[in-house]
Design a protein around this ligand. Structure first.
Ligand SMILES: NC(=O)c1ccc[n+]([C@@H]2O[C@H](COP(=O)([O-])OP(=O)(O)OC[C@H]3O[C@@H](n4cnc5c(N)ncnc54)[C@H](OP(=O)(O)O)[C@@H]3O)[C@@H](O)[C@H]2O)c1
Length: 291
């Protein structure tokens, strides 16, 4: 079903969002601070609004993708009167506390607010294999879910508006950890051409499925705060980390990662938890943050 949607912000991501709405047949109005970014979208059928006020007035659903939350306020604070009764879906990246503040701002001014996080780069927008995380107004998500599905698979994290940002930052942390491990692995197996990085990555991709299995093993342990080491203990991991440190040193590969692993796991072992699983590290990461 074709619905009216406005996209504020035509950076790399906003342009991809508007393109996906158009591709799904939605009547899409766009606006960007700097002129000249809408031409390709207009050719595909978008209406370009002369200013943000006209863009907001054009649709009951306003999707915002600007540089920061401060930018969102800069653009929308003067228009709060026009937002009343509409839904704002904010896909701008930010901190959970900023999402909470934005939800209070929306409530104060009588519009519905859904916070979102885009779990892809622009080329993945429009592909249902990629997730868009949402939290906040359940009514807004229920009403606009079908339209938002044009962007990617909508994942409902519930009414706590901070969760989309919180999951976003946590998932980015997971991505950076994984990609840093990948970079370390590629450096270790050799970067002297001959397709060694590609060969390693093919094996690493299969290994990621095993890592997902391990996470699924440790998640219920972390929830129960009980970490039986009946698959592999921290003692066993510590010895294996020593092999990674040794192989890295022997090949002149930067040692930051094995040192980090060793420090964390040794804390667990030194505290008498050498027989526990890797899940025990959740406790130590948490405790270090409070120390
Ligand atoms: N790119 C990604 O892969 C990706 C992935 C997930 C999430 N995100 C998030 O999506 C948001 C946009 O990212 P992007 O990649 O599209 O960034 P971008 O290409 O740098 O675009 C930034 C947008 O913000 C606008 N803007 C900046 N300051 C402004 C101001 N003071 N007033 C009005 N508009 C202003 C820019 O308008 P002008 O054209 O006038 O400068 C432009 O439309 C960010 O929060 C980013 O973290 C991006």
């Amino acid at each position: 079903m074709s619905t009216k949607v406005t996209v504020l912000g035509l950076g790399s991501m906003g342009t991809a969002l508007a393109g996906a709405f158009l591709a799904a047949g939605h009547r899409t109005t766009v606006w960007n601070r700097t002129a000249g970014k809408a031409a390709a979208l207009v050719e595909k059928g978008a209406a370009e609004a002369p200013d943000a006020a006209a863009a907001v007035a054009a649709s009951p659903l306003v999707v915002v993708c600007l540089a920061t939350y401060d930018t969102v306020h800069e653009v929308l604070d003067p228009l709060v009167g026009d937002l009343a009764g509409r839904t704002v879906v904010n896909l701008t990246s930010g901190a959970p506390e900023q999402a909470a503040e934005a939800a209070r701002w929306a409530e104060e001014h009588g519009f519905r607010y859904l916070d979102g996080a885009i779990m892809t780069t622009p080329p993945g927008v429009g592909n249902p294999d990629f997730m868009f995380l949402y939290s906040g107004s359940p009514e807004a998500l229920a009403e606009h879910r079908a339209t938002l599905a044009a962007l990617g698979d909508p994942v409902d994290l519930g009414t706590d508006v901070t969760l989309a940002s919180l999951y976003d930052t946590a998932l980015l942390g997971l991505m950076w950890s994984t990609l840093t491990g990948w970079a370390h692995g590629v450096a270790l197996v050799g970067t002297d051409g001959e397709g060694k990085a590609a060969a390693f990555t093919a094996v690493a991709g299969r290994w990621m499925r095993a890592v997902e299995f391990f996470m699924n093993t440790y998640a219920p342990q972390a929830d129960a705060r009980s970490y039986p080491g009946d698959d592999a203990t921290l003692d066993v991991h510590l010895a294996a980390i020593g092999h990674l440190a040794h192989a890295s040193e022997a090949r002149g590969v930067a040692s930051g990662l094995p040192e980090l692993f060793e420090r964390l796991v040794k804390r667990g072992v030194d505290a008498g938890h050498g027989g526990d699983s890797w899940g025990r590290l959740v406790e130590f990461v948490r405790a270090e943050g409070r120390a």
